[in-house]
Write a new protein. Structure first.
Length: 176
């Protein structure tokens, strides 16, 4: 079965049942060892039992034994770009020979360490470099369309580029 065939019934359902497309993704954290201030675990609701481990970056006192949360963010971009490229190539019937995605983020840890308001908290720039080698007999216009489509349909890339409102609530309770 091809990707196109797999997606055909989804497209039909979304067209005939518009309410069926609404998906809310969830990830839950806080299940790790609360006595360890340098590590965390999160679990996606879509894949119960799978846990992503994260740790504080060494630049802010972490041990460097687990990816930091910014690594996970950059990894999400690389993973999304790769999956999108693979799916678009499969839909177009383009054979991939090689694929390399390098994502870099700029970060000043002084903001995280509260060393002054002049230092930003968070990443200040991201660069994503994607290198694709297709089977030698692929025409270049199809290859160009592959790259344009992969850029257009990458969910994480477009979320980062467009930004979105993020609502947060913090609640404090005393133990029973």
């Amino acid at each position: 079965m091809t990707i196109r065939e797999t997606q055909r019934h989804l497209r039909e359902r979304y067209a005939t049942q518009p309410a069926s497309f609404a998906i809310q993704l969830r990830v839950r954290g806080g299940s790790g060892d609360l006595s360890d201030p340098l590590h965390a675990e999160v679990e996606p609701a879509s894949v119960p039992g799978t846990k992503w481990k994260s740790g504080a970056h060494p630049a802010v006192g972490g041990e460097g034994d687990a990816p930091c949360s910014a690594d996970l963010l950059l990894g999400a971009l690389a993973a999304c770009q790769e999956i999108t490229l693979r799916m678009v190539a499969a839909n177009m019937g383009i054979e991939l020979e090689e694929l390399q995605i390098d994502v870099e983020g700029d970060w000043d840890p002084r903001g995280t360490l509260a060393m002054g308001r002049e230092f930003p908290v968070g990443l200040t720039g991201i660069r994503c470099r994607t290198r694709v080698v297709v089977h030698e007999d692929e025409p270049s216009d199809r290859g160009d369309r592959l790259l344009r489509s992969a850029e257009r349909y990458c969910v994480v890339l477009n979320t980062l580029r467009q930004g979105l409102p993020v609502e947060t609530t913090f609640e404090l309770k005393a133990a029973d």
